[in-house]
Design a protein around this ligand. Structure first.
Ligand code: HEC
Length: 244
């Protein structure tokens, strides 16, 4: 901005300032009045319409899907993609807090009088980048499978073996998803990379009998699954023995 522009700007600003009303108390009073009205409407609506309750809590559920409301899905996705548990605090509290502080301090470090987006490349790019990243993370978070789901193509050998085999395989898929194996094992694109070994092609390494033995009598920290209902247990063993 050159000197002439600056003087022009200051003159206009002086005129506006002498004609207008100060922000405090006029604008603040208006905003406060509006805030009171909004809160009064919410209180009235909750008194008249009542509070909407969700389904009753079932403490015994084994298929609860921990998932935030859509506007937090981007944070959820960051957390989900974190490869290192030690970084959870940094990613979920550190980075958002830093962004808030940067936004709060914006008037202090960005003193350019320009308002056109194309004349403010850094600010424009930053805003588009942040919004794009949030949109991308939100979509990915919304599409993420639940931890109680096992997304894995049914092997063609199982499909060839007939509908009974497919049904057993599907039973195993569900039983594994419900048993929490994915907390410690990777199966295809599902689960966590440890502490247990990857099971994606376990059937090629260990025969069904060996898998059953591991489930009954595992090495710490893997819990024993010998108390599972026999049908569930067999389905799990069948499922894993088919992964080759
Ligand atoms: C708490 C973590 C944990 C859970 C939950 C868990 N496992 Fe494991 N699993 C392990 C660990 C650790 C090993 C490795 C033990 C060893 O090397 O002897 C293992 C080993 C195995 C093996 C042998 C793999 C190999 O290559 O030798 C199989 C099969 C297996 N688990 C299946 C399952 C299934 C099926 C479930 C769910 C029903 C399950 N695990 C749940 C931790 C876990």
């Amino acid at each position: 901005m050159n000197q002439a522009e600056k003087e022009e700007y200051l003159r206009e600003y002086g005129i506006l300032k002498s004609e207008g009303k100060p922000f405090f108390p006029y604008a603040i009073a208006k905003d406060s009045l509006m805030a009171v009205i909004v809160i009064a409407v919410i209180i009235a609506a909750s008194l008249v319409l009542g509070v909407q309750m969700g389904a009753k809590v079932n403490a015994a559920t084994s298929s609860y899907d921990p998932r935030p409301d859509w506007y937090f899905l981007f944070l959820f996705e960051i957390l989900r993609q974190l490869p290192v548990p030690d970084l959870v605090g940094l990613a979920t509290i550190g980075i958002p807090t830093l962004c808030m502080i940067l936004l709060f301090l914006l008037p202090f470090y960005d003193r350019s009088p320009e308002r056109r987006p194309e004349r403010r490349p850094v600010a424009t790019f930053s805003a588009i980048f942040v919004m794009g990243a949030m949109l991308f993370l939100t979509i990915n978070g919304a599409e993420a499978g639940t931890p109680y789901q096992l997304i894995f193509k049914t092997p063609s050998s199982v499909i060839k073996a007939g509908p009974a085999a497919v049904a057993k395989f599907e039973g195993g898929r569900l039983a594994i998803a419900e048993s929490g194996c994915e907390a410690c094992h990777t199966i295809g694109s599902n689960g966590n990379p440890g502490p247990g070994p990857e099971l994606t092609a376990i059937g090629a390494r260990i025969p069904a009998k060996g898998i059953a033995k591991t489930l009954v009598n595992p090495t710490y920290p893997m819990p024993s699954f010998k108390r599972l209902p026999p049908k569930k247990f067999e389905a799990i063993v069948y499922f894993l023995s088919q992964l080759k």
